[in-house]
Design a protein around this ligand. Structure first.
Ligand SMILES: C[S@@+](CC[C@H](N)C(=O)[O-])C[C@H]1O[C@@H](n2cnc3c(N)ncnc32)[C@H](O)[C@@H]1O
Length: 210
């Protein structure tokens, strides 16, 4: 059973607004840099730390909770980061329209809302349809980083991704990472669960060549 912890989920179905694709040429000073996308970036702790540590890459955070988006934007401005952009968007609805085919180097899905009840599983971010979007938007050799503290979610995602023809488990079939995949930029949840000594299920998937 998952540990009792107050988790306030916003139903992603409540965010269905149209989201226009930003003019990426205007957003980022250099569009030729590798692009990374943090899905469900929350208040942007990981996103901003990552952007600060890799100035030669462009980072986009997608988040359905407006206050979190505003907070992340404010903090990015305070840090004068020009290689990061936070967008109020529903990854399940908007991912494919926001990015060009084979243009994304890396996608992070860190501690997605678990939606414990079976009837709520359809609200989870990682679905077959979402994987199709990722397969199309990731470039060959691009990466999908997935982390959760909820074993049942990990057990659902692992076979789903490994069975997909476009992906392979970069660490070997069924294998999870035993340490942070990006040690110099932990997400809030990753940091919290590490402090609690909780198990964390971390996977590194790679997009196969087309
Ligand atoms: C449990 S929090 C994890 C936040 C952060 N990634 C971390 O590891 O600390 C999950 C986040 O995903 C956001 N989210 C849920 N469904 C989403 C969707 N379909 N598109 C974008 N963001 C979503 C939630 O609003 C929430 O901020």
């Amino acid at each position: 059973m998952p540990k009792k912890r107050c988790r306030q989920h916003v139903n992603p179905l409540s965010f269905r607004a149209e989201v226009e694709r930003p003019d990426w040429e205007k957003v980022f000073p250099d569009l030729s840099r590798p692009l990374e996308v943090d899905v469900g970036c929350g208040k942007g702790t990981f996103l901003l730390a990552r952007a600060a540590s890799v100035p030669g890459r462009n980072l986009v955070g997608l988040e359905i909770r407006k206050p979190m988006v505003e907070r992340a934007r404010k903090d990015a401005a305070k840090l004068s980061l020009t290689n990061v952009f936070v967008l109020e968007a529903n990854a399940n609805l908007h991912f494919a329209s926001l990015f060009r085919e084979a243009s994304v180097e890396r996608v992070y899905v860190h501690f997605p809302d678990p939606w414990f009840k079976k009837r709520h599983h359809k609200l989870r971010v990682v679905t077959k349809a979402f994987l199709e979007d990722l397969a199309s938007r990731l470039r060959d050799g691009g990466e999908l980083h997935f982390m959760t503290d909820y074993e049942e979610y990990a057990k659902a995602v692992l076979p789903l991704v490994e069975a997909h023809a476009a992906f392979e488990n970069a660490l070997g079939p069924g294998t999870m990472a035993l340490a942070p995949l990006v040690p110099d930029a932990l997400s809030d949840r990753e940091e919290w669960h590490m402090r609690q000594g909780d198990p964390i299920f971390r996977y590194l998937f790679r997009r196969r060549g087309r």
